[in-house]
Design a protein around this ligand. Structure first.
Ligand code: UT7
Length: 325
């Protein structure tokens, strides 16, 4: 099996920013509640007509440039998203055309907030066994398109963005271990009830606002802390490492209280935890993707460092990964 690593990263956050003060004018909430309960101050929102593939193309272009590759060098495109441009075709297919990655294999992965880790892991397998050479993996969401802007329980949480990584064979370092999993018995605590084959779109489903994300946040909180802790422990065990070896943890950004509780349980100091939730909110599969890109850009990840990705979301899925930089 070949060694596989990340050789380029990119990010795109839409220009429009929605602050907590803006939300105070839309629903019965306050900057104080949002800040203390979630750690979020502002989030980026896609413009009307700006689709997931548009965000993905900008992040993907940057990642290719960072990797020093041309679009035609990419032979595999995997997009992690729950907010594709349309139910079919995949965002990956639309992205292939937008970026000129002719003939590359293309598909999307639906693993919600763990989607980027799932997608990186999938690309890893394909490259390690020699089926493909260079993969573009994107975590992208336009969650504003499935957010109920009348529901204060959810609308303060989410944002839009895209993060991209190019994976290829590397001589040293690379992906060391992965731990993916799911508890499918808890799909009811976080879902979009209508718009799929189980409940196709009708006037009634639209009137009942069933095409928006519904979340039992309080119920999820504890599960998130326990699951992310367990996933991180297992990924490190598989890598033969301990938490003292970790230089930076890139967690899914659902809530800063969840993240800091996980870090505390794991015994990882706060200065080894990367956070962009204050500026970006929860961007599902784009959260770990953008956080990794920003951490690398800011010099928080150096050659030889051990980086731990740790994500959890609707499914309920989890994905943790150890990467040697
Ligand atoms: O990304 C996928 C995974 N997602 C997660 O893991 C999310 C996990 N959950 C959370 O992050 C938190 O549960 C939330 C941030 C969603 C909510 O925080 P909480 O501390 O669990 O609040 P809560 O749901 O228990 O609500 C407490 C109170 C309620 O009022 P009462 O019933 O005590 O009177 C809510 O109605 O806060 C109220 N509330 C709000 N108040 C002001 C809920 N949303 C708001 C709001 N502004 N936006």
């Amino acid at each position: 099996m070949k060694k596989v690593g990340i050789i380029g990263l990119g990010e795109y956050l839409p220009a429009k920013i929605l602050t907590n003060a803006d939300l105070e004018r839309m629903v019965d909430t306050s900057d104080e509640w949002i800040t203390t309960r979630t750690g979020i101050k502002e989030r980026h929102l896609a413009a009307r007509g700006e689709a997931a593939s548009d965000l993905a193309a900008k992040a993907g272009g940057q990642a290719l440039k960072d990797a020093g590759l041309k679009p035609e060098d990419i032979d595999l495109v995997i997009v992690a998203t729950i907010t594709g441009d349309m139910p079919t075709p995949s965002v990956a297919a639309i992205l292939q055309d937008k970026m000129g990655m002719k003939d590359a294999a293309c598909f999307d992965i639906s693993a919600a907030c763990a989607g980027f880790v799932y997608a990186i892991s999938t690309a890893h397998q394909f490259i390690a066994c020699g089926s493909y050479k260079n993969a573009l993996v994107v975590g992208v969401e336009v969650l504003s398109s499935v957010t109920d802007w009348q529901d204060r329980n959810t609308c303060v949480l989410f944002g839009d963005g895209a993060g991209a990584a190019v994976l290829s064979e590397v001589k040293s370092g690379g992906i060391v271990s992965t731990y993916l999993g799911c508890d499918g018995s808890r799909t009811g605590v976080l879902n979009i009830p209508a718009g799929g084959s189980g409940n196709p779109a009708t006037h009634e489903t639209v009137d009942k606002r069933m095409h928006y994300l519904k979340m039992q946040g309080n119920e999820l909180f504890k599960i998130a802390v326990n699951t992310m802790t367990r996933a991180a422990e297992e990924a490190l065990r598989r890598a033969g490492l301990t938490f003292s070896n970790v230089n930076l943890i890139i967690p899914h950004q659902a809530n800063s209280r969840i993240i800091l509780a996980v870090a505390k349980k794991l015994g990882i100091p706060e200065d080894k935890v990367y956070l962009n939730i204050e500026r970006c909110g929860n961007m599902s599969s784009a959260s770990t993707a953008t956080a990794l890109c920003e951490a690398a850009r800011e010099g928080r990840v150096k050659k030889g460092d051990i980086v731990l990705l740790d994500a959890f979301g609707a499914g309920l899925v989890w994905g943790a990964m150890v990467i040697k930089w």
